[in-house]
Design a binder for this molecule. Sequence first.
Ligand SMILES: *[C@@H]1O[C@H](CO)[C@@H](O)[C@H](O)[C@H]1NC(C)=O
Ligand SMILES: *[C@@H]1O[C@H](CO)[C@@H](O)[C@H](O)[C@H]1NC(C)=O
Ligand SMILES: *[C@@H]1O[C@H](CO)[C@@H](O)[C@H](O)[C@H]1NC(C)=O
Length: 528
Amino acid sequence: MPKMDFFIPILLFSLLLPIGHGGHGSPPTEYRHTLSELSQEKTLHCTSLPPTERLLCELEGALDAQGRPATANKLNPLLPPFPSNKKSCKFRRHNVYALYPYSMPPSPALNRVLEKYDDMHRRCREVDSDASLNRVYPSSRRPTCQYLIWRQSRYGFGNRLLSLISSFLYAIMSARVLLIEYPNWDDLFCEPFSGSSIQLQAATRLNQLLGESYVRFRDAGCGPGGKSQNSPCNTTVVNFMLDHTTPERDYEAITCPMGFARLRETPFITIRRSNQYFVPGFYLNPVLSPLLDVLFPQRNAFHLLSRFLLTPSDGMWSSISSQLDVHASRRIGVQVREFRTRRYLSEYDGNVIQCIKKKGGFLPKQFRKHGDRGGEYVGVYMATLIRRHLKEVNSSMRVLEKEAGRKFRLKFQRLDGREEHDFRHQAEAMVDMWVLSMSHVLVTSQESTFGYIAAGLSGGFPYFIDKEAGKGCFMGLGVEPCFHAAPKNLSCVREEAAAFTLQDLVKTTSKVKVCSDRQSGWTVLPAH
Ligand SMILES: *[C@@H]1O[C@H](CO)[C@@H](O)[C@H](O)[C@H]1NC(C)=O
Ligand SMILES: *[C@@H]1O[C@H](CO)[C@@H](O)[C@H](O)[C@H]1NC(C)=O
Ligand SMILES: *[C@@H]1O[C@H](CO)[C@@H](O)[C@H](O)[C@H]1NC(C)=O
């Protein structure tokens, strides 16, 4: 159901400025103007449809256009299909999502788009073999399809996944094949694409670190008024760094219509240093926002895309299920993390217990008609690097048991207390995130990417632990992660059809707000 404010950005912008006709060289005012020339040809027939259907038709047309060049292509019949472990993925086969209390289904529109994306991925991996990509990258020749190459950064596991999901959404909306360089991928996750492979093979030029000769987005200077008058960027490779140190201007490619469109003919985009959840930036882009409303009517992009892209491997699922308390009548997940100090802070424990008491959904003993049915208990799973929290919370739980007349059982992983990014530590973090995500009540630390992932996977609102003693916790604004390094001062002015500042847009939109746990960040609010 499109809501009224779905149309507001379009109306707003058509009132502000005369709309250009949107052909090549004109600033984009509609989604289709941001697509490559090849895609535009394939989406001409969509123009007569009503707005919502048109957007979907254009996106599907763009996905279909990739890997089907106008000139009949010589598919190499000798290429073996990619070895795919999609079928053997137990997490998918066992329908583990039935264990999720707040699971939300994808819209039919998203299902169709993901199906088309999946087909595109396989088709393009067949048309552009790794060897042929190797030859064209980077040169002035073009591959058949367009690509987004994502590389694992040196940042933590949570940051990596936030950036990867954001990049996946970028890849979908720009009809690009997502390829990643992530050496531990197969140990952690199942292959998301059928008959294809998300991973770059080890020995290609594509996964080598780019040197100075590769254009960074803000130096690419394409588009009207740029170095190459009236044309989109035709550099072969444009390199992005989207982290907390990146100059705000680099986020133009996410938040500004022209910034996004400028790269429509660039065959390779690389995201090699990113630790941000930049999806709220897409929601602020007036040209992309209506499309997002069609794909994610509940504004839960992380929830739905993570379920497609981040399916635990069989090995990881076995570790996760060994920690998951499936017999508990209620599961409470607690994640405690001290950011600033990395030392034990006692006020957190008190707040955690207070939070469980208030938000756990337990009636005090005197209000309950019957005692507990035999063997019933509440399972508390705790993720923390500091052991002292386990001890303190456990002993407070004994007091709570008496008050609430319920049994509580505590589970946790035995960790070495260090935060590192090798395979073992990633696997441990992943177990914690996924076990937490299956909780009925989720209590997490503020500003923690770890907690964001658990909440996003879960689909339920998290409770954030207050930093002040005695304050308990407060509910998050929604299920979407916070974009920590939000480019708050960025204005979309360079060659845009309608100039605007993001800050002003955040004041008027009902879709994006300042995060409740971080004033400098932005988050996407759920649709009501
Ligand atoms: C685009 O690329 C082609 C081929 O490399 C080149 O001949 C042309 O000058 C480029 N156009 C612009 C505007 O840079
Ligand atoms: C929690 O407390 C119970 C009861 O005192 C004890 O049996 C259990 O071992 C404790 N667990 C932890 C992790 O300290
Ligand atoms: C944003 O602009 C304000 C006012 O011009 C300035 O004080 C602030 O430092 C800027 N913030 C960033 C992150 O650039």
